[in-house]
Design a protein around this ligand. Structure first.
Ligand code: IVH
Length: 671
């Protein structure tokens, strides 16, 4: 056993290292190490702390998921009321706000700060002696619920702020940070994919998911949701800590909180208007959803002078973007058969524009959902589009004059086979293993962006490939020939060749993707990764017993049984064999860098490379210890330019960043 003193030193070192990577990953979105490596650091720390329980502190990264499920939450009073915001729905209303502000303080001109209006749950974080002591929900504004244990699981929330930083910022060790807990689009999709695989009810939107996640009684459940936090206010004794709001945001950033990266100081309401306009379009591209822009008076002395009403401050307003909700009529409800054979009811809608996109169908998920909504054919429903996510039916707003109830078909609408429903499941399934719908869906899943990323293998092509008998399973893809492919509808020689190139390129993708792509029930992306890391090869995974499978982190009996069942089926065994023969990558490249040739170097790619997809090029860089980011800055070391590069190329030139063509990139890799 290590001596107490050296253990303390080792523990401090590990904590610092882990905090650094948490910040890189969860706040800056620029991870430098793999998840496996991160987990390893964490496990080392856990082991040391277990040996030396006296050295455990509440702000240790191991304490993020701690405590046991509780009975309920304590109610806590806020230091100062957590107010709401007044809304502006037009630029006229925004100008009214500006006029009220200027008249209120008798000035010609006021400085504003604009930032995103995050769509989540507001929270107050209280730090004592620099350490996170309490997290409290807004509640009714005066009192909220103590959700400290849940909040601590959110990795973008620092568990402590170091004294050096506080000193530099001239801040006391007692302070409060307020902000919004949100779920990114990616985390939302991930959470819903997992829920779908488990047959659980889906979250309607990221906001509900975040709000629900913070208020569950078991912190381990919150941790699984990968929530995020954006700080928007810094208080000392219930009052703004610094002279200007912009200073607070800058200080919060230094304290390693995540703040709106796109906040802007505006010197007039014209500037504010431009900011709102600019983000109306661009918000679709953000990794999280926003429902508007918050406009705040920058100077805190002016804020104090303006004061607040019982509900909202007079110095801030929320400019709201038009809601992406619309009402329309359900023309029909049909059933789709998924790759697992699950029947999904889908509402066919009278086409309607929702936030600039025409919507004509919406999934109803399963029969329980149809029941819950009480929706029937002919009804008028409210639909909502949350980000990129497929629109969903919120509720029935008017029952149709002639309504028709939807019934689960007795036979599979695709192949006419029997359908069956397990007691404990929500979904009805087609029992026919060879159902062509399953085949089509399996192919689409296999080709998906998160799986083998075969661009160009969309629904139309898959339909033709399956219907013509050219492709019966995913292994057949690797034996396709140019000529028959080029003869398909909507295909020509060039597009057929492109597709073949894409298919060829997919062979090189990681084993974790392949495992996920196989479409084994309950095996999502993350499980695919864990399995690949644990077993190292498809062969080892294929032969693993249920007992061995359960040893993999996060794999429980249900998942293990499903994997074992998959590989025990002779058709699947054959399929796997053929995939191996086709030359797919069936070994996990160890995450440890192949070399450190590119260590510390940051790459940006623009344009198309001839030999590699973006994914492959990225994997190459990381496998040699480098990292890839999406935008060019002074910190970028190399911009790799393919054909038809975008604006990143110009930016690289103007910043004087080294520019590489594909050959130079390969040379750098030592090829
Ligand atoms: S400042 C005194 N800034 O919007 C009010 N709020 O609709 C201070 N919100 O309850 C709030 N993003 O939860 C502020 N950048 C942002 C925000 C934000 C989202 C939430 C906040 C508030 C709600 C009001």
């Amino acid at each position: 056993m290590s001596s107490a003193k050296s253990a303390a030193k080792e523990i401090a070192k590990l904590r610092q290292e882990i905090r650094k990577h948490e910040h890189l990953y969860y706040v800056l979105d620029e991870p430098e190490i793999s998840d496996a490596k991160f987990d390893k650091l964490m496990n080392q720390l856990k082991a040391l702390e277990a040996e030396h329980p006296g050295l455990v502190t509440p702000d240790s990264p191991t304490q993020r998921v701690g405590g046991v499920p509780r009975e309920g939450f304590l109610t806590v009073r806020h230091s100062r009321a957590m107010l709401s915001l007044d809304n502006a729905y037009s630029f006229d209303e925004l100008r009214d706000f500006d006029r009220r502000v200027r008249e209120g303080i008798g000035r010609e001109r006021v400085d504003y700060v604009c930032e995103h209006k995050f769509d989540g749950l507001s929270i107050s974080l209280q730090y004592e002696d620099g350490v996170l002591a309490r997290g409290v929900t807004r509640g009714d504004g005066t009192t909220g619920e103590d959700v400290t244990l849940n909040v601590k699981t959110i990795r973008s929330i620092p568990l402590s702020v170091d004294s050096g930083t506080l000193k530099k910022l001239k801040l006391p060790r007692e302070f409060e940070v307020r902000g919004e807990i949100i779920m990114t689009r990616k985390a939302f999709e991930h959470a819903n994919r997992q829920r779908e695989e488990k047959g659980e009810r889906l979250f309607a939107n990221p906001r509900n998911a975040a709000a629900g996640g913070v208020r569950v009684l078991d912190p381990a459940k919150t941790a699984l949701l990968r929530l995020n936090f954006f700080a928007y206010s810094l208080l000392v004794d219930g009052r703004p800590a610094l002279k200007r709001h912009a200073d607070s945001l800058a200080a919060l950033k230094q304290m390693q909180f995540r703040v709106c990266a796109d906040f802007a100081a505006c010197r007039s309401i014209d500037d504010v208007e431009k900011y709102c306009e600019r983000w109306e379009e661009k918000r679709e591209k953000l990794p999280y959803e926003i429902d508007g822009i918050v406009v705040k008076v920058d100077e805190t002395a002016v804020q104090a002078e303006l004061g607040h009403t019982s509900k909202a401050p007079r110095w801030a307003i929320a400019y709201k973007y038009p809601a992406r909700q619309e009402t329309t009529v359900v023309n029909d409800i049909i059933v789709q058969v998924g790759r697992t054979g699950a029947l999904t009811p889908v509402a066919l809608l009278e086409p309607v524009q929702v936030g600039g996109v025409t919507v004509s169908r919406s999934t109803l998920h399963n029969m329980d959902e149809v029941e819950r909504l009480g929706v029937q054919i002919g009804d008028t429903v409210l639909i909502e589009r949350a980000g990129e996510v497929i629109p969903h039916v919120v509720k029935v707003v008017k029952e149709g004059k002639e309504r028709k109830k939807f019934r689960v078909p007795e036979k599979c609408p695709e192949c006419g086979s029997r359908i069956h429903k397990d007691e404990e499941e929500v979904a009805y399934r087609c029992v026919n293993a060879a159902c062509s719908a399953k085949r089509k869906e399996s192919l689409l899943h296999f080709a998906g962006r998160h799986a083998m990323n075969i661009d160009g293998l969309g629904e139309k092509i898959v339909d033709q490939l399956v219907d013509s008998g050219m492709v019966k399973d995913v292994a057949d893809l690797y034996h396709l020939k140019l000529e028959p492919l080029a003869e398909l509808e909507r295909m020509a020689e060039k597009s057929a060749q492109n597709l073949l190139d894409e298919i060829e390129a997919s062979k090189k993708l990681s084993l974790s993707r392949l495992i996920y792509a196989l479409g084994i029930r309950f095996v999502g992306e993350r499980t695919g990764q864990l399995l690949a890391e644990h077993f190292g090869s498809l062969d080892a995974l294929k032969d693993a017993s249920e007992e061995q499978l359960i040893e993999v982190p996060e794999v429980g009996p249900k998942v293990a049984a499903s994997i074992a069942e998959f590989f025990s089926e002779s058709a699947n065994k054959k399929l796997v064999k053929r995939l191996v023969e086709a030359g797919l990558n069936v070994k996990e490249e160890r995450k440890a860098p192949k070399s450190t040739r590119l260590a510390g170097k940051t790459f940006v790619f623009t344009g198309e490379l001839s030999e590699y997809s973006r994914e492959q090029a990225g994997e190459l860089v990381t496998s040699h210890g480098g990292k890839v980011t999406s935008s060019v800055s002074k910190k970028t070391d190399y911009v790799v330019v393919g054909t038809e590069p975008g604006s990143k190329y110009d930016k690289a030139k103007s910043l004087g960043v080294a520019i590489l063509d594909e050959a130079a990139f390969e040379k750098l890799l030592g090829k």
